[in-house]
Structures are given as C-alpha cells and as structure tokens.
Design a binder for this molecule. Structure first.
Ligand code: ZN
Length: 453
C-alpha cells in the first residue's frame, strides 16, 4: 500500500505543483468569468490583460473578501438561492453548506455532484496524511450535518474506507460511552473536546468496563493543538501518542491541511483542487514559502463548479514550520497562529488571544490549567487602552498571596514576551467553563456575569 493518498502530486517538487496548478487555472478562470456574475464583475478590469503563465500571475487579480461573498449572496433569487456567485443552474446543485455564522449572518455554499466528489477525495487525502486507515473506527463528533465539518468530513472518512461512527449530536455522556462500546480507534474533535475527553476517559473506562481502543486523535477547528503542553495533556489523558492537527475552510474546502507522522506542522493536501498563497496581510504582497515566514493564507479553487472562489482571503494567519519533510511530502508545513477576526490591539500592538494562551500555558504549565479566558467589555471590542483582563485557573488551590504572586509573574512574562499588558486574575481549580465543542478563549464581561461561558 502506498504511503500517500495521491503520491504523484504529494511528492512532486512544490514548484512543479505550482506550475501544474497554473496550467489548470489558465483554463478554469476564463470559463469562470462566463459562469459567475460575481467574478465577471470582480475581474472586469483585470481580465483583458490577464495571462496565466505561472501562479505569480494571480497577483493581477484582486482578492475576494468575505464581504464580497456576502454581497453576492444578497442577490439571491428563486433560481439562484446562492446569489451572484452561483455558477451553475440550480438543477445541478446537490447540496448546500452553511458557515457556522459565529462572525455574522451565515453564508451558504453550494456543491454539484462533482464538487461533492472533489471534497470527499481532498478530505480523505487529509485524513490519510493524518494517519487514518481503512481499518480505523472513527468517532466523528461534529454535531451539525450542514456545516463544513459535518457531512463533508463524514464523506471523507467513508471515501477513505474507515468505519464512520457519527456520534456528534448525542449528549456528551452518550458519546464517550459509545466510543468505548464501538471500540473506536480514532477520533476527530476540536482541541477543546479532546482536552475534555482526556480528563474523562479513565472514568468512562471504569464505568463501562471496556478497555480503550483509542489510538489516534485528529484535532482542529481552533488553534491550540500546536501547543506542546496541550498536546502532552491530551496524549497523557488518552494514553496515546498519535495526535494530528488538521485545518480547512468551509468557504473553500473544509479540510486542506493535515499533519503527517512527523507531527510537526500541517502539510497542504488539497493541491489537486486548490492553489494556496501566503500574503502579507497589511500590504497584500505575496510571500515566498520559506521556513519561519508568517502571513495570511489565500485560496483559489482550481476545481469548483457551484460556488467558486479566487484569491479568497481566509483571515487565517499561519507560520511556515518547514518546506521539507522526512515523510517525503513536498507541500509546505504550517501552524495556524490565529484569525484576523480574533486579533486584539493593545496601544497599537497587535496580539492574537491564542498567542497569549500559548505563551502562558507553555511557561506556567505546572501551575495553571491549560484553559484560560480573556475578558472583553463588549463583543466588538478590539482595542484595549488598559491592561487586557485575563483569567487563569490554578492547577492546585492557592493561598491569596501565592495567587497574587503568580498573577504578577504571568503579567511580567506576557509583557516582556509579547509587549502587551494583561491584568491576571488567578481563579481556583475547575472554575472556568469547559466546552465540549470549543472553549471560548475570549468572553464578554456581561455574559461572564450572567454565568454564560
Ligand atoms: Zn511530512
């Protein structure tokens, strides 16, 4: 059996992959201008002088922003429920996908039968890279079929040939018991749920009297799995070492990045269907894939019938961990470092909540739990003129003077490493809410007062 899902493209030199993608786009883009009213309009100025010789020629095309997709959707009608970016007749569409709508009204995307097939193959490729095989029994824990992580992820597991156990949607207690009863060997979950399960897994074993068969964890949906201490806790709690991060984007393709057996950053696995660029988010300039580079990921669908995107700004920021890998795959490896939407500004300094979390959890691992919370005054607060309120949870009960001392140490560490000020409150053990889907890293003051997570 091959070590790769799609050996030819996964092991071709990256420059060769980009040349091949450019040749595909040279045909796909002119066809797109005929099919999509959105892109006929967005590219109206650029298309007359556009020539696709290499992927760098994409620079001549404007970015697509989420607001462009929103506006296109506003033009929805009876035959075009997906608006101006519906690029095929309604009769050819077989499925709608909805964004989760966490940052505004939901956006909808459509799939033709070929799009469904493309999604299944690309997502199976990611699961394969992340070590899932045909003999795995996989617990799929996303509860909503219509979101990108719902049915498309399930299709990816079935395409790969693994045994899909779609437990998402049941109450948590049922999920964890069924995982023992079904002898689940692999699990796809958010980092928060994996942490929750790690704390409960031994108890479930005692309750059911069934030994754990769990060997593999696929995580994602939020940053955190790149953080060594969080990884260590999950590995310890579940008694396994196979822990792989994955990432995608519902607007483009729900899973495109997956970690190989080196467990050192996520490879790009969608090269047959999607071209990816790294850009400087401030200037929009394309950046080379070099070790240590950081920037925003921008995606162009090479094969997408129903709701295509070209140079779509993901608002996901990534750091390039490596451009060579012992596994033989040639695509760059990244870690996600945060989303533009999450960025906070302290006196002109930008900082991602995940950067604060990773620093604090990493440096104070023995003394605090890896759950913490940044508290905003309002949902839309981005700027802080005073220190950013940060709640952490002590690992063991502390006397008030000890808690005070710990708080000041954390504040000093954040200030020296990230050049932003935080005001730390150390809470007693097990006082912050644990979500089974995603732990909210940022909360709003009024919601906290009302006892909502
Ligand atoms: Zn690798």
């Amino acid at each position: 059996m091959s070590a790769y899902w799609s050996a030819e493209l996964e092991t071709l030199a990256w420059s060769g992959v980009e040349r091949w993608q450019a040749s595909q786009l040279a045909e796909a883009l002119p066809a797109l201008w005929q099919r999509s009213r959105l892109y006929a309009r967005l590219h109206a100025d650029a298309r007359s002088r556009f020539a696709m010789r290499g992927l760098a020629d994409l620079d001549a095309l404007p970015f697509t922003l989420k607001d462009d997709l929103r506006a296109a959707q506003q033009a929805a009608g009876t035959d075009t429920p997906f608006g101006d970016n519906q690029a095929v007749p309604l009769a050819d569409i077989v499925q709608a996908i909805a964004s989760s709508g966490t940052t505004g009204p939901p956006l909808y995307y459509a799939l033709t039968a070929r799009d469904v097939d493309v999604f299944a193959d690309a997502i199976a490729n990611v699961w394969f890279t992340a070590g899932i095989r045909r003999d795995d029994v996989v617990a799929h824990l996303v509860g909503l079929p219509m979101v990108a992580g719902g049915l498309p992820y399930a299709d990816g597991f079935r395409r790969l040939g693994a045994t899909l156990c779609w437990l998402g949607g049941f109450p948590t207690e049922r999920i964890v018991r069924d995982m023992r009863r079904l002898r689940v060997t692999a699990l796809l979950a958010t980092t928060s749920f994996a942490q929750h399960l790690a704390e409960r897994w031994d108890d479930v074993g005692r309750e059911t009297g069934i030994q754990s068969s769990l060997q593999k964890v696929l995580g994602g949906g939020e940053p955190g799995l790149g953080q060594p201490d969080i990884r260590a806790r999950i590995q310890r709690g579940l008694a396994l070492t196979h822990l792989r991060e994955t990432m995608g984007l519902g607007d483009v393709l729900p899973s495109m990045w997956g970690e190989c057996e080196m467990q050192d950053g996520m490879h790009f696995n969608a090269q047959r269907y999607v071209a990816v660029e790294l850009i400087d988010p401030a200037s929009g300039q394309r950046l080379p894939w070099t070790d240590g580079a950081t920037g925003e990921l921008v995606y162009t669908a090479i094969v997408r019938d129903a709701t295509p995107v070209v140079r779509y700004r993901s608002r996901d920021h990534a750091r390039v961990v490596g451009t060579r890998c012992a596994c033989g795959r040639t695509s760059p490896r990244i870690r996600c470092i945060g989303r533009t939407d999450d960025m906070l500004i302290f006196k002109g300094m930008n900082v991602f909540p995940s950067a604060i979390r990773d620093l604090v959890v990493g440096r104070f691992a023995a003394r605090i739990e890896p759950v913490l919370r940044i508290v905003k005054q309002r949902h839309d607060q981005v700027r802080f003129d005073d220190a950013i309120p940060l709640e952490v949870e002590a690992a063991q009960a502390l006397e008030p003077p000890q808690a005070e001392a710990l708080a000041r140490q954390i504040e000093a560490e954040v200030r020296s490493q990230l050049q932003v000020r935080v005001a730390v409150t150390v809470l007693p053990p097990r006082t912050l809410p644990r979500g089974t889907y995603k732990n909210a890293l940022v909360a709003v003051r009024d919601d906290v007062a009302k006892g909502q997570p």
